[in-house]
Design a binder for this molecule. Structure first.
Ligand SMILES: Cc1cc2nc3c(=O)[nH]c(=O)nc-3n(C[C@H](O)[C@H](O)[C@H](O)COP(=O)(O)OP(=O)(O)OC[C@H]3O[C@@H](n4cnc5c(N)ncnc54)[C@H](O)[C@@H]3O)c2cc1C
Length: 485
């Protein structure tokens, strides 16, 4: 380790790695300090008894061809294209996802379906009238406002309210509308619904059956590495090695000394020797805002209140190892019903045959929660039993097929967008970046609910701005383009 580097990066998730790659390509020296044993952050893959497990579904998709080509080059030829196959369990059966409205309506009770069409149609007409009068609404405060505006009250209460409440543990009325825009790729979904309404009006039901196993027509494409989501971070790591950049794992950071542009840290297991490295240019933080705040060595009282009420959501993954060739060929399945403990089931065998040993399969079931709440505090055994119970109930598996299991708890998995998150975030990031020493970056580092492509792109954009010596460069102005469901 040297005494100084051009850039010191905190966190080896894809945001930190892509930033490092971009600046290193341009001749800068780089040191990445990572707390975990492995790199990759949320895009990591675990190895367990011959199985490979991601943190739930991790598809790489982007509309930006240049970014896709760059990531393909970095990961290599094992990064292959897939067409998304997913379904949602509602009304006691698996429906295609993304929804085909006619498929959904036929699963509902007739009165429910009629109300859904009526309220959706009414909202549609209101929106058209508003557009004609140049009075289109953009001032949505909450996710509920946004959803009802586009889809009407009935679809809100059937689809949006239960699933959102299950995932976020709060009503959609308490979640910022920003999240909705990012999540649903707004206009695209509206286009899809319009097309479906036209089909409905023409009574075109020809190709729709509830049991239909074929691909959803609107299932998007995505890319995935042969040995899991971590193929992307590993690709960056290979490139960074060629550029002489250094990555240290198992690092325990103790301080960011701003007036020296330095970071003080020890290595886990040898806490007695304290290291100090300086950044000639900047320190890039991709770690949780609360950690970065703790490390900065100046009076921070003015932002403490904002920070205390800004929270990340945590997640538990329960992996069930199954003595069966395959559960289904879907990439993932959604479970909005409240009485099913998990939100999704992901079967990695559908993503790559290399993820599971022959003749066996595994499913990853995710449960969102907050550290310290009743769910987080449940014992592993009770989480496993509840997951098996729910999986049997929806017909995924038989109890006797489960031969092993694993439970992983992951903190800070989702930025939680409450109604006032934006003003709090602005205050905190402005404070942390104020001295032009620290720059916040990435999903976790700047509290942006984006996918891995967003974190990578944000890393590249910030690197380009800093290389160009743009004053006041910040990732706060990064615009999220797409987000997965
Ligand atoms: C359940 C789930 C499903 C997802 N599905 C998809 C998907 O389908 N497609 C997709 O593209 N994206 C998906 N994502 C999002 C994707 O995982 C993230 O956008 C991306 O991995 C974020 O990268 P990052 O570098 O911004 O943050 P992180 O991955 O959070 O990186 C931060 C790094 O900092 C390290 N760190 C934390 N604290 C410290 C500290 N104090 N000191 C030093 N290091 C520290 C962490 O260990 C980590 O390595 C999903 C995320 C989740 C949680």
């Amino acid at each position: 380790m040297r005494e100084s580097y051009d850039y010191i990066i905190l966190g080896a998730g894809v945001a930190g790695l892509s930033f490092a790659h971009e600046v290193a390509k341009n001749g800068n020296s780089v040191l990445i300090l990572e707390k975990a044993k492995v790199i990759g952050g949320l895009s990591q893959t675990l190895e367990y008894k011959g199985f490979l497990f991601d943190y739930c579904a991790h598809r790489f998709h982007t509309a930006d061809k240049e970014l896709l080509d760059e990531v393909k080059n970095i990961v290599g030829s094992n990064f292959t294209r897939h067409i998304q196959k997913s379904r949602m369990y509602m009304f006691g059966r698996f429906l295609k996802y993304p929804f085909e409205l006619q498929n959904l309506l036929r699963a509902m009770k007739l009165t429910q379906a009629m109300r859904a069409v009526f309220s959706f149609g009414l909202k549609f007409i209101i929106r058209q009238l508003r557009a004609l009068l140049n009075m289109e609404r953009t001032d949505f405060k909450s996710y509920k406002d946004w959803f009802v505006h586009y889809f009407g009250n009935t679809l809100y209460s059937i689809m949006c309210e239960p699933y959102t409440t299950k995932i976020w543990k709060t009503n959609p009325g308490n979640i910022s509308a920003d999240w909705a825009d990012q999540r649903f790729q707004g206009t695209k979904l509206v286009k899809l619904f319009k097309r479906i309404i036209v089909k409905l009006l023409k009574l075109d039901f020809s190709s729709y059956s509830l049991e239909d196993d074929s691909l959803a027509p609107d299932g998007g494409e995505f890319y995935y590495g042969e040995t899991g989501a971590q193929d992307i971070p590993h690709g960056f790591e290979r490139e960074l090695k060629k550029l002489d950049s250094e990555i240290l794992t198992k690092v325990v950071i103790s301080k960011i000394i701003e007036n020296e542009k330095a970071v003080e840290f020890t290595m886990s297991g040898s806490e007695e020797s304290v290291h100090k490295v300086a950044a000639k240019k900047s320190i890039i933080s991709t770690i949780p805002l609360h950690d970065c705040y703790d490390y900065v060595d100046r009076d921070k009282k003015e932002v403490k209140e904002s920070l205390d009420s800004l929270k990340y959501m945590d997640i538990i993954f329960v992996y069930l190892l199954i003595d069966k060739e395959q559960v289904s060929n879907d990439h993932w399945l959604y479970f909005p019903d409240e009485d099913i403990i998990f939100n999704r089931s992901v079967e990695f065998k559908s993503w790559s045959k290399k993820m599971t040993p022959e003749g066996k399969t595994a499913i990853c079931l995710d449960i969102t929660c907050f550290e310290g709440d009743d769910t987080w505090n449940k014992s592993n055994q009770s989480l496993i039993e509840e997951c098996i119970g729910s999986s049997v109930k929806v017909g995924l598996i038989e109890e006797s097929e489960v031969f092993d299991s694993l439970v992983i708890r992951v903190k800070d998995a989702y930025p939680f967008y409450d109604l006032n998150y934006k003003s709090k975030l602005l205050k905190i990031v402005t404070f942390l970046e104020d001295k032009n020493v620290v720059h916040c970056l990435g999903r976790t580092g700047i509290f942006r609910y984006n996918n891995s492509d967003g974190s990578i792109e944000m890393g590249i954009q910030l690197a380009k701005k800093l290389i160009a010596d743009e004053s006041g460069a910040t990732a706060l102005d990064y615009e999220i383009k797409e987000i997965s469901y």
